[in-house]
Design a protein around this ligand. Structure first.
Ligand SMILES: Nc1nc2c(ncn2[C@@H]2O[C@H](COP(=O)(O)OP(=O)(O)OP(=O)(O)O)[C@@H](O)[C@H]2O)c(=O)[nH]1
Length: 330
């Protein structure tokens, strides 16, 4: 069974709340094993390291700035180790220094995924914006998810929220103290049994923090369709990045072909043939994001339906996103 570990990049200005967000993920991991790549232990703080002792691997890059230090190889090597099956991680988070250039980081990550880090998958660029200063440099235009942090420090975050939503290609999530649910970034593993009673894990203990802010709201919308989809229309739908969607996953059938598993983060799309045990007449998709329009997603998938009277369409528009199966061999 192929298993790729998503690698999420967390970027944003100095002091926006990147470390706070990473800490939140670690504290709320809820069975999701998270590895963190940071360039400065001091910035992540002691609680992250405590949690890390339980559930995660924390590794530091040598130098101050991720994208200056590592040529692609440094990051690729590190990600190869962290995403290897032996590390048993479900998610890797790379916290960029406030000085790192997000575009360059994304390129490094994509290179790593295509090369050495063969068990890694692109997990998205999360850009943290602080609600007090806003985002002057337009980096949100690259973000798969914008986290508008520190909304407790402004009287009315609505104008900034609207401005960000107008320019960001993906969803914008307003939060306090980086309260992003890890389940938005990665599917919680089903395979692990809950801890036996009487043996409270660190996760559970940390979750009991009495007054911590609840997870910010995000949605998931499931859509099922009974007819096969047209590959070109479906690919165009995914490439356009449906409004508010951060990631999507599901099984889709195209005319004349066996079903495919489809996963997206932003506009990064991956497909692979579905296991034989999985069947679907048309499409079964789940979309995760913020402020999702369920009816809009349903009608968008309706518009992707294959024309039953037409010849079998080419699979090329979808197959160009097929991931290599080299992971299977391991
Ligand atoms: N009031 C408030 N303070 C916050 C929030 N999130 C983070 N902070 C504080 O803001 C400061 C900066 O947060 P960090 O998480 O260290 O920011 P960073 O982006 O990692 O900073 P660098 O590593 O320096 O780039 C810290 O003192 C946090 O405690 C929030 O939602 N509300």
């Amino acid at each position: 069974m192929p298993r790729r570990v998503p690698v999420v990049l967390v970027a944003g200005q100095l002091g926006a709340g990147k470390s706070t967000l990473v800490n939140h993920l670690l504290r709320r991991a809820d069975g999701v094993r998270i590895g963190v790549v940071v360039n400065d232990f001091g910035a992540v703080g002691i609680d992250a390291m405590l949690v890390a002792g339980q559930a995660s691997a924390v590794t530091s890059l040598a130098d101050g700035c991720l994208c200056c230090t590592t040529d692609a190889n440094g990051l690729a090597d590190l990600l190869a180790v962290l995403t290897a099956p032996s590390a048993r991680l479900d998610l890797v988070v790379v916290e960029a220094s406030g000085l790192a250039e997000p575009r360059e980081l994304v390129r490094l990550l994509l290179d790593a995924v295509a090369g050495e880090a063969r068990h890694a998958a692109y997990g998205g660029l999360v850009v943290v914006v602080d609600a007090v200063r806003g985002e002057p440099d337009g980096v949100v235009r690259l973000a798969d998810l914008v986290v508008l942090n520190q909304v407790d420090r402004v009287d009315d975050p609505a104008p900034l929220l609207a401005a960000l939503r107008a320019i960001a290609p993906g969803p914008v999530l307003p939060v306090v103290r980086g309260a992003v649910d890890p389940a938005m970034l990665v599917d919680p593993p089903a395979r692990r049994a809950p801890p036996r009673s009487g043996q409270l894990s660190f996760d559970v203990l940390l979750r009991e923090d009495a007054h911590e802010h609840a997870h910010a709201a995000w949605d998931s919308v499931a859509v099922e369709r009974a007819v096969p989809l047209d590959p070109a229309r479906f690919a165009a739908f995914l490439e356009a990045g449906p409004a508010g969607v951060f990631r999507a996953k599901g099984v889709v059938r195209f005319p004349g072909a066996a079903p495919f598993v489809v996963q997206t983060v932003g506009t990064a799309i991956r497909v692979r043939p579905a296991p034989r045990s999985v069947d679907v007449a048309g499409a079964r998709m789940v979309f995760l994001g913020v402020g999702l329009d369920a009816a809009g997603l349903e009608s968008a998938l309706d518009a992707c339906a294959a024309d039953p009277a037409a010849d079998e369409p080419s699979l090329l528009p979808v197959l160009r996103y097929e991931e290599s199966d080299r992971v299977d061999a391991v």
